[in-house]
Write a protein that binds this ligand. Structure first.
Ligand code: SF4
Length: 218
């Protein structure tokens, strides 16, 4: 049964790695900002960009709404692709102010499907970013998937190799209890095992999932 396998994978990962304490961020808005900045870079670089915004006292929706995109780009330079990311952050902020007056409390009142659809319509916000915002900043029952998730799921026979993002999300959401704490920890644990063991060239020896049936492409 897929649900039993997914539960077993979670338990093995949690027993091995322990809690991952995601998503690091002092406020909901900091988590949203981090989710937009983290595309195609490592978290250390995002932290530097966020530290710059904090030390300039700009890490609020109002301040980022007012700032020029060029100034924002300079501040987030450590995150890489800073011109593109500054535009993405501005696109999000503009949508947020034009539709919800920049008030997070108003996002809280929207149902998840509508919120997800609206986030995905913001230029530069892809599925993984939207879902990270929904789960980690807004506590919605959405399972975030990424390349690590796909790799582990495929190698463990849970999904076809050509499964797309929505099929992967459906796999987890329909076979696990809708629990944001579980979704939070599970995604973080998949990232961890993907970085340490389930790399493009798998290191199955010593992996916490080694005892489960798996097949690695040559
Ligand atoms: S490294 Fe091997 S055992 Fe570990 S998750 Fe990947 S396929 Fe499974």
């Amino acid at each position: 049964m897929i649900n039993e396998t997914l539960t077993e994978i979670y338990q093995l990962l949690f027993d091995h790695f322990g809690p991952q304490h995601w998503w690091p961020g002092e406020t909901q808005f900091e988590i949203i900002t981090g989710a937009i900045l983290t595309q195609n870079t490592n978290w250390g670089n995002v932290q530097k960009a966020i530290a710059n915004l904090k030390s300039a006292h700009l890490l609020t929706p109002e301040k980022l709404y007012d700032i020029e995109v060029s100034e924002l780009a300079e501040l987030i330079r450590p995150a890489g692709y800073f011109n593109i990311k500054a535009k993405r952050l501005k696109n999000f902020i503009n949508w947020f102010f034009e539709n919800y007056d920049g008030e997070l409390a108003r996002l809280e009142n929207l149902n998840t499907d509508r919120l997800r659809t609206e986030l995905l319509a913001v230029k530069g916000i892809g599925r993984e970013t939207a879902d990270s915002i929904l789960l980690y900043a807004l506590n919605r029952e959405i399972f975030v998937v990424d390349a690590y998730t796909a790799r582990v799921a495929f190698r463990h026979g849970l999904i076809e190799p050509d499964a797309d993002y929505e099929q992967l999300r459906e796999l987890f959401e329909s076979n696990l209890p809708p629990d944001t704490k579980l979704f939070n920890e599970y995604h973080a644990l998949l990232v961890r095992v993907g970085k340490e063991f389930c790399r493009p060239k798998a290191k199955c020896a010593g992996c916490p999932l080694e005892k489960l049936p798996h097949e690695v492409e040559e």
